[in-house]
Design a protein around this ligand. Structure first.
Ligand code: NAP
Length: 256
């Protein structure tokens, strides 16, 4: 039985670890990474790196490599690959599960402003602050490139390339982040507004706590929905159960 995990997240790595520890007989796991970051954290087991060439390419890969199950454990904002996964799974008749960590939920004291896109987030900024901590990732910087009155502290794993705000400083780092560290970033750079995607998860949540403590507004970009008809679970343990159930139901090699 061959499982393909579309990864690039902590949850995908955790699922790969759980499957390795579970050691179901005859189970082979391939982890797929897009190849976006220069030095990715590699999951346990086999890995392949790079795009498939759209939904058709992914369907071809599933057939060619005899994949029996597909798990889309990509980041909640990686919308293209999730749509491709849904189309490819349907074409290749491979069961698909989406593993999506839950989004963040505001608590008392939060001053959140929701935006439907990075462009909407950029449009909200002039009314909210001038020293922006921007943590949406380097792909989305173009949306903020026209803002002249704001200064940006951009945090990303690799250095930004392409259109970006004129007044910008870059902080190369990747989570998990600590609350003390986030408090210090806000203080040192005199941040007065935070922009983030609703990525969810604990690794990058301390910035929200630090912003709440400091009374700062937060612009939160909403996540795209899971493609219609795709079953989603919230955690790696549930995805492990899905694989176990499918493994238990698999036809035996002698047809018995
Ligand atoms: P995307 O916009 O949804 O995907 C763009 C293209 O990248 C896809 O069409 C596919 O190329 C390729 N791709 C994406 N994920 C892949 C994977 N796991 N394995 C093989 N190919 C993949 O994705 P993205 O937002 O650029 O994210 C890329 C990767 O970074 C994802 O694996 C995601 O989990 C991770 N990540 C994303 C974010 C974020 O904020 N977007 C944050 C943290 C981590 P083809 O069409 O050629 O197959």
């Amino acid at each position: 039985m061959h499982v393909l995990i579309l990864g690039g997240t902590a949850e995908a790595r955790r699922l790969a670890e759980l499957l390795a520890a579970d050691a179901l007989p005859g189970l082979r796991v391939t982890n797929s990474l897009a190849g976006r970051v220069a030095a990715p954290r590699l999951p346990s087991g086999e890995a392949r790196v790079g795009g498939f060439g759209g939904a058709d390419g992914l369907a071809g890969w599933l057939r060619e490599h005899g994949a029996d199950l597909l798990i889309d454990a990509t980041h909640p904002f990686a919308g293209t690959i999730s749509h491709n996964a849904a189309r490819a799974a349907a074409t290749a008749h491979v069961p698909l599960l989406a593993l999506r960590r839950p989004g963040w939920v505001p608590v008392e004291g939060d001053r959140w402003h929701e935006a439907g896109s990075p462009e909407e987030a950029a449009a909200l900024l002039p009314g909210l602050g001038r020293r922006v901590f921007l943590t949406t990732g380097r792909k989305d910087l173009a949306a903020f490139a026209e803002l002249r009155d704001q200064w940006f502290l951009v945090r990303s794993v690799d250095a930004p390339a392409g259109p970006h705000p004129a007044r910008m400083e870059t902080l190369l780092d990747r989570g998990p982040f600590t609350l003390d560290g986030e408090r210090e970033v806000l203080r040192r750079h005199r941040i007065d507004v935070l922009v983030t995607k609703d990525s969810g998860g604990a690794a990058t949540a301390p910035k929200l706590t630090a912003a709440r403590e400091a009374g700062l507004p937060v612009v939160l970009v909403r996540r795209p929905p899971v493609p219609a008809g795709v079953r989603a679970v919230a955690g790696p343990e549930q995805a492990l159960r899905w694989v176990r159930d499918a493994h238990a139901r698999r036809p035996l090699p002698d047809g018995g």
